[in-house]
Design a protein around this ligand. Structure first.
Ligand code: XMP
Length: 518
């Protein structure tokens, strides 16, 4: 792999993604990693990420000096660039001059250096630093400078060491991806052979080795991750896999059919559906507090899933084959955020509705553990999954239950389901799927307002549209949906959905608002 050394800023995941976009496999490691641990991973390249602080600050994250002695081609970025300069005998200075944001650099692009050769001499890059490299280490060529930073990039083709003061991984750096690709392919000579095909082949082999001839189960949520995880396992072990799909009655329109028909048909996965909508509605009766609703839905989900699991286990045991494995759609960001995640699985409670029981009697199979969301989608497409599944927006485990402000009832669910279907159809038709991260549609069931529809006065409920743009759902901005699209949505909802006489748009960013209303 290419190792991305994380100095604690928010950039390491982005760098790891950019490396993979260049078709090279990457892994994030903490900056506390030792030279021996690095060597054991047999890296073909190393990228040192940006970090929060000055290399001279107290408690500044450091790097085992042995790592730069291993002879592995290395690219230092921002803080990583300065760490490199310092360790290799250059000079890093407190200039007192901060560079932040879009900055013009002058680059040496005509001397055959592997990093910047062939690029424009003047380009705009994204900077965020206080200290600067004042003197490059001996034997290094200075490749770029800015008005206030004499050494904005350096290289030693001989040593295979490169560094840039700016952040090539962010989109604001004009030729950022080219810098990363040049480092990987030209400087370090790493082939671009990491792609969906290879990932599938490798995972299929791993899954077979782990599961052998045992039985395995998987809970399908209707979302992308569990759908792709199950499809991969099915590719590996076929009908040893059974999927359990809990219909809690809080799904969106057509979702169940898409899983049971489109998904099942395209993958051949065996699905057992448990229709538990009555049970969930019963448990939710009279409840309007959001946290209370979440708890109830989580609890009922686990009970339902466990019951289905017990039935299947009993059935399998009858046939002399107990179920030993459970598939989980854990993604790489979950693994990184829970501390690197080697060893035991660390499952976030929101990963599936309510998480898994503590006394889990299954060994976990997690074929997506090394992947980012966009890669999971690519693999799903390669496996032939329908676009309605792989292209799906994130949808919360508690479903429409937390998009009805007020008590959840069958009538209200029916209203929301229709409105939500209209919104999804119109946003897709307007070509906005790529721009919009997700668009919750919320029914303010406890609010009524006066309207006039047809010949008379109405006293109905408002619907709120919550279109947001985001990279990772941690922060988000409200999407500027064109007025004519909003007009169409508003018209259709008020005409086609009973009891709704008003459509509003939520224009709050996150923070301060969360994406969901509850
Ligand atoms: P918030 O509302 O916290 O949502 O800004 C951030 C992202 O998480 C999703 N979400 C959930 N997903 N179970 C889930 O699986 C949940 O209980 C849950 N609550 C929120 C939300 O849709 C958004 O993508």
């Amino acid at each position: 792999p290419v190792l991305v050394v994380d100095f604690g800023a928010q950039y390491a995941q982005l760098i790891a993604r950019r490396v993979r976009e260049a078709s090279v496999y990457s892994e994030i490691v903490p900056h506390t990693i030792t030279a021996e641990e690095v060597a054991a991973k047999n890296p073909v390249g190393i990228v040192l990420s940006g970090g929060p602080s000055s290399v001279y600050a107290e408690g500044a994250p450091s790097l085992d000096e042995g790592i730069l002695q291993l002879g592995v081609p290395t690219l230092g970025i921002c803080y990583g660039f300065q760490v490199m300069a310092k360790q290799l005998g250059g000079e890093v200075a407190h200039t007192g001059h901060r560079e932040y944001g879009s900055t013009p650099v002058t680059a040496r692009t005509d001397d055959g250096n592997a990093l910047l050769d062939g690029q424009p001499e003047h380009q705009t890059v994204w900077m965020s630093h206080g200290d600067s490299v004042a003197v490059a280490p001996d034997g290094f060529d200075v490749l770029a400078s800015t008005d206030s930073t004499p050494v904005a990039a350096f290289a030693s083709d001989e040593l295979g060491f490169y560094g840039v003061q700016w952040h090539p991984e962010v989109k604001h750096s004009e030729f950022g991806q080219r810098v990363i690709e040049n480092f990987l392919h030209r400087a370090a000579g790493i082939p671009d052979d990491w792609n969906a095909d290879n990932v599938i082949a490798e995972q299929v082999e791993r899954i077979r080795a782990q599961i052998g001839s045992a039985k395995v189960i998987c809970g399908l949520s209707g979302g992308v991750d569990s759908a792709v995880a199950a499809a991969l396992v099915h590719e590996a072990v076929g009908d040893q896999l059974t999927c359990v799909f809990v219909d809690h009655g809080l799904l969106r329109k057509d979702e169940r059919r898409q899983v049971e028909e489109d998904y099942a048909k395209s993958t051949g996965v065996r699905i057992v559906t448990v229709d538990a909508s009555e049970r969930f509605l019963g448990a939710l009766a009279g409840v309007s507090d959001p946290e209370e609703k979440r708890k109830i839905i989580g609890r009922e989900f686990i009970r339902t899933f466990e019951q289905a699991e017990r039935d299947l286990v009993a059935e399998a045991a009858d046939a002399g084959e107990p179920i030993r494995f459970l598939v989980q759609g854990t993604l790489y960001p979950d693994v990184v955020e829970s501390g690197g995640g080697s060893g035991t699985a660390n499952i976030k409670s929101h990963h599936n509705v309510g998480g898994l029981p503590d006394d889990l009697q299954f060994e976990l199979v997690e074929p997506l553990r090394t992947l980012f969301k966009d890669e999971v989608r690519a693999i799903g497409r390669e496996l032939g999954l329908p676009e309605v599944i792989v292209g799906r927006q994130p949808f919360p485990g508690p479903g429409l239950g937390i998009r009805i402000v007020g008590e959840v009832t069958a009538e209200r669910l029916a209203i929301l389901r229709e409105a939500d279907a209209i919104v999804r159809a119109e946003l897709s038709a307007a070509g906005l799927d790529a721009e919009i991260w997700q668009c919750p549609v919320v029914l303010l069931a406890d609010v009524r307002s006066v309207g006039v529809q047809g010949d008379g006065r109405t006293y109905g409920h408002p619907i709120v549209l919550r279109p947001v743009s985001s990279e990772d759902a941690m922060t988000a901005d409200w999407t500027r949906v064109p007025y004519d699209v909003l007009a169409k949505i508003s018209n259709r909802i008020t005409n086609e959905v009973p009891d709704v006489n008003r459509v509003t748009v939520d224009i709050t960013s996150k923070p301060p608002g969360t994406i969901e209303w509850e």
